[in-house]
Design a protein around this ligand. Sequence first.
Ligand SMILES: CC(C)(COP(=O)(O)OP(=O)(O)OC[C@H]1O[C@@H](n2cnc3c(N)ncnc32)[C@H](O)[C@@H]1OP(=O)(O)O)[C@@H](O)C(=O)NCCC(=O)NCCS
Length: 218
Amino acid sequence: MAEGIEIREAERPGDAFDIAEIHLAARMPYLHRAHTDDETRDWFARMVGGRSAAWWVALVENQIVGYMLIDGENLDHLYVRPGWQRRGIGLSLLNKAKAMSPQRLELWTFQRNSNARVFYETQGFRAVEYTDGRNEENEPDVKYEWKPVYSDMVIWTPRLELRPLRPEDAAEIFAAITPELTRFMAWEPPVRQPPWPGASPTRYRPWRLALTYTSLFD
Ligand SMILES: CC(C)(COP(=O)(O)OP(=O)(O)OC[C@H]1O[C@@H](n2cnc3c(N)ncnc32)[C@H](O)[C@@H]1OP(=O)(O)O)[C@@H](O)C(=O)NCCC(=O)NCCS
């Protein structure tokens, strides 16, 4: 994992050259070339930074080592400079994309791009659609989708933390509920039923609410 990765919005037109060079160097060598390299450079020079919160770059020691293009829920490009791959740069950009679109992300990649597919799959994306190559490159591709899972979620304020229960919480929770449970069992046996009418017993999930900071004035 690279130390000191900075993620910032791309600046126009200053970053377009680096972004184009990363794209040209990191693209898949087996792809049909729909454009010349100069056409690709021109496209980046016109597009980079043209829309707010769309183009992002990753820097290490002030050098641009990766970039992404995000359009709402659609992650359009994510490229890391060869030589800088497998050092956490792609992950830092992807985490920024998840923070910007926390409910859902989608992207297309080529079916043959096994490195990218493994990368996305390790980060919680799942394949949802395949085509036989309805794109400029005539290359079969696959659509991936990411949605947050509850176990990722933590709601935190300076005084409270709310997150799904973990196995290590069991003893503490048991100690907390035992007096209540004992009182409850004294008058009625527990029933195996969802907590409210219509709730699915399998989808219901207990959360842990913890006081992290007890005084407003410390
Ligand atoms: C795919 C790509 C964006 C990944 O970025 P990266 O900076 O190399 O990936 P990271 O270092 O952040 O990887 C994070 C984790 O993803 C997984 N991963 C990433 N690349 C992987 C690979 N080639 N094989 C297996 N696992 C991989 C690993 O779990 C990795 O963690 P680890 O290195 O601690 O094991 C980058 O390799 C790239 O730019 N490829 C060429 C362009 C491209 O194909 N872009 C995608 C177009 S849709």
